[in-house]
Design a protein. Structure first.
Length: 119
């Protein structure tokens, strides 16, 4: 069994994953797939490749991903992304969300109602 977990958000990292997750499973063997922060889907893909016999150094990864939104905007995702067939491994649902009007409405609501989204 593989447990994939991590807590994204702080830079530099604060060690919360070890404190809140790893330390609670002393019988587990902890592994690290690199110094950068991977998305969960990217981490699972890398773990799968390692289980299939690939070496970490042979898995193509890139830090950061720019997602174009129309002709004039883009979103930058600062995480590590493994590549499969020359393309980053990223959830299709996330790409749909980032390029949809839904995110624009959400951002407008945050700007209108405050960062907490509460009116």
């Amino acid at each position: 069994a593989i447990i994939v977990g991590g807590i994204l958000g702080d830079n530099p990292p604060q060690g919360r994953t070890r404190k809140l997750i790893t330390s609670r499973a002393p019988e587990a063997i902890a592994r690290n797939i690199g110094s950068g922060q991977f998305t969960i889907d990217g981490a699972i893909y890398v773990a799968k490749l390692v289980c299939q016999g690939f070496r970490l150094k042979d898995i193509q990864v890139k830090r950061g991903l720019h997602v174009k939104i129309g002709d004039k905007a883009e979103v930058y995702l600062p995480y590590m992304y493994p590549f499969k067939d020359g393309k980053p491994v990223i959830s299709e649902g996330l790409l749909r969300y980032l390029t949809s009007d839904e995110i624009v409405r959400y951002e407008e609501m945050l700007l209108r109602d405050g960062a907490g989204g509460q009116g």
